[in-house]
Design a binder for this molecule. Structure first.
Ligand code: 13P
Ligand code: 13P
Ligand code: MG
Ligand code: MG
Length: 385
């Protein structure tokens, strides 16, 4: 029987700025989901990273099921009411529409869902990032499923040896393409290196996978909040579900992809590059310069309608070096202030005063030739004098 894993997340208000969720909001969302889950979902878990509330659900309604999306939407609405009562900052930030209309897509929250054929043991990890964008998952998902230096299982496990299939979205043109590794590895890399445009949406096993042929094994939220709203409403902080073990990356191979604090875009005002710091949920308060961008991971197994877990996967001293390196990178980058490449290029910034600055200075720009000519005239006049 098919089972659906749905992960839906939203920023519905935080404390004191875009720093962290409030426990009362988490309590309200948790209570709402548990009070209204009967006949809709089997089990759920509420988590958070920074200022984003995260709902992981398991059910048999398939992907894009209206009643499942409505449950999450209504839970976020209930949590928003609590956030408003407390006066939390940006209460209801990601709920962009007034009423629910059948599907949560395009309404603000991020969604990652997959329909799976559960194995005897069905382990998976939910990764949640704050202060960055969906393309921030390109690097670690590639490492997990295509890089044998990260995932030796690709070389030594017979079931992984044939590789995986990647569904990549061009989020500017709204187009998708399937690419296979290892044979199309360089084509894949040439796209996904442009992480602001080409984003890994899903990973599948190949048809000849012995244990789990043609199965969805990873999915990432890719909802571009800024495009939906037509104005700045925060970076679309992403989340992903990654299935692990028996013919898929082992838990430790999936986790190893975050041992290097690679650079991502987001951080302060969604407009700066910074290192992605792997942290436990309790350490996901976005404080220094509203960051640095962070990733949290929750490990689960699914069995008979129930989720067991979560394990707070980055609550591990073995990630201390990654965290220390991320802090050093933050020190280094921060000294650049508003300069690129710490600050994002103009077209990638979430908001900017440049058009207003340009408007003000418009009449003072001159062609450089005219400026040069005037200068040389002035100096030749001086020569004559
Ligand atoms: P399985 O092939 O049993 O999933 O495990 C391999 C493993 O966990 C090594 O770390
Ligand atoms: P969020 O997208 O997490 O709400 O952060 C917005 C921001 O401006 C951080 O500086
Ligand atoms: Mg926020
Ligand atoms: Mg956020």
């Amino acid at each position: 029987m098919k089972v659906t894993l749905s992960h839906i997340k939203a920023d519905i208000g935080s404390l004191p700025g875009h720093t962290t969720v409030h426990s009362k909001v988490i309590e309200e969302v948790t209570k709402f989901v548990s009070d209204h889950s009967k006949g809709v979902i089997w089990d759920s878990q509420i988590g958070y990273v920074g200022d984003d509330v995260q709902i992981t659900m398991v059910h048999d309604k398939g992907t894009n099921a209206s009643e499942v999306h409505k449950l999450a939407w209504d839970a976020f609405k209930a949590g928003t009411e609590v956030a408003k009562e407390l006066g939390l900052y940006g209460a209801g930030q990601d709920l962009l529409k007034d009423s629910f209309s059948g599907n949560i897509k395009g309404m603000g929250p991020g969604i990652a869902e997959m329909e799976i054929t559960p194995r005897r043991s069905e382990p998976f990890i939910v990764y949640m990032m704050d202060k960055t964008e969906p393309g921030a998952f390109n690097f670690p998902i590639y490492k997990m499923f295509a890089d044998p230096f990260n995932t030796p299982g690709l070389v030594i496990d017979q079931n992984m040896h044939n590789g995986f299939r990647f569904e990549v979205w061009d989020i500017e043109e709204a187009k998708a393409i399937m690419l296979e590794t290892p044979n199309e590895m360089y084509d894949l890399l040439s796209l996904i290196g442009t992480k602001g445009r080409y984003v890994i949406k899903r990973v599948y096993t190949r048809e000849d996978h012995e244990k789990l042929p043609d199965e969805n094994v990873a999915v990432i939220t890719t909802d571009k909040l800024s495009f939906i709203a037509g104005e700045y409403v925060g970076k679309d902080d992403p989340a992903a579900i990654v299935r692990i073990q028996s013919g898929l990356p082992a838990s430790g191979e999936a986790m190893e992809a975050f041992s290097h604090p690679y650079l991502v875009s987001g951080w302060m005002r969604g407009s700066f590059n910074g290192p992605l710091m792997p942290v436990s949920m309790k350490d996901s308060k976005m404080i220094r310069f509203d960051g640095p961008p962070r990733v949290v991971a929750s490990g689960f197994v699914y069995k008979d309608h129930k989720l067991t877990g979560p394990v707070d996967m980055f609550d591990d001293p073995a990630y201390d070096n990654a965290r220390n390196l991320a802090s050093s990178i933050a020190d280094y980058l921060r000294r650049m202030g508003p300069f690129e490449p710490h600050r994002l290029p103009e077209e990638d910034m979430e908001y900017t005063t440049l058009p207003k600055v340009m408007e003000k200075l418009k009449g003072r720009f001159e062609h450089v030739d005219a400026v040069e000519k005037r200068k040389s005239k002035n100096s030749s006049q001086r020569d004559v004098e």
